[in-house]
Design a protein around this ligand. Sequence first.
Ligand SMILES: Nc1ncnc2c1ncn2[C@@H]1O[C@H](COP(=O)(O)OP(=O)(O)OP(=O)(O)O)[C@@H](O)[C@H]1O
Length: 250
Amino acid sequence: MALPMSVEHLNLHYGSFHALKDVSLQMPAGQVTAFIGPSGCGKSTLLRCLNRMNDRIADCKVDGKVLLGDTDVYRDVDVYTLRRHVGMVFQKPNPFPISIFDNVTYGLRMAGHPKRSELEEIVERTLTEVGLWNEVKDKLDHSGLSLSGGQAQRLCIARALAVDPDVLLMDEPTSALDPISTGLVEELATKIAERHTVVIVTHNMQQATRISNTCAFFYLGELVEVAPTAQLFSDPKDKRTEDYLTGRFG
Ligand SMILES: Nc1ncnc2c1ncn2[C@@H]1O[C@H](COP(=O)(O)OP(=O)(O)OP(=O)(O)O)[C@@H](O)[C@H]1O
């Protein structure tokens, strides 16, 4: 089930460096929210707060609230449970060095999902959803490492979807892919948002306009402006947003 996420007065420090400055933002359920902004503005840092990927970074201090529905993800839930509800796909496809079947079922098996027949059904359904079933159905026992970059990224998306998360986080998921694979992953992100909340970091402005409903522009750790995507691109309210969108910096 798609749940909304939100952050309230979020501040994050790496040691003495103030990387996120009083960020408050809603990410509506069942929609695609895109984070855009120049390199180093804090997009990935914020994305990583949503499933506590920053927890292991020494000297990283988070203040404020991150909410999944009504649940405070830093206070009300353990990190393993949280990551079953808030999955993540990374910039570089990272299939595990195990079979395609075991890649897709990894999260389910970790959660103690026992029945082979149910796992088979979930593998077929999720690989079909990511458009990979016909390409791999006869080689489910082959290593996940045997796939092309675009196939591997779709496998990683299938692995994330197999546990039926409420939210899928995507950190520049197409930046290592060719244009055809990029198109497939973009179509997929839109389709995924019918059942899951999607939050994506992207440097590609066309991609943000193609797939996101809401767009948030960040600059130097600050959330400058957030609006429905078409509105943000056609009528930015802040000069910094306009300068970025028109290529004056970035
Ligand atoms: N583990 C870390 N330790 C210290 N500083 C960090 C760490 N990770 C990120 N930073 C700093 O925090 C700031 C925000 O980084 P972040 O990766 O979130 O930016 P970004 O907007 O995603 O950039 P890019 O578009 O280049 O990926 C940068 O100044 C970066 O150098």
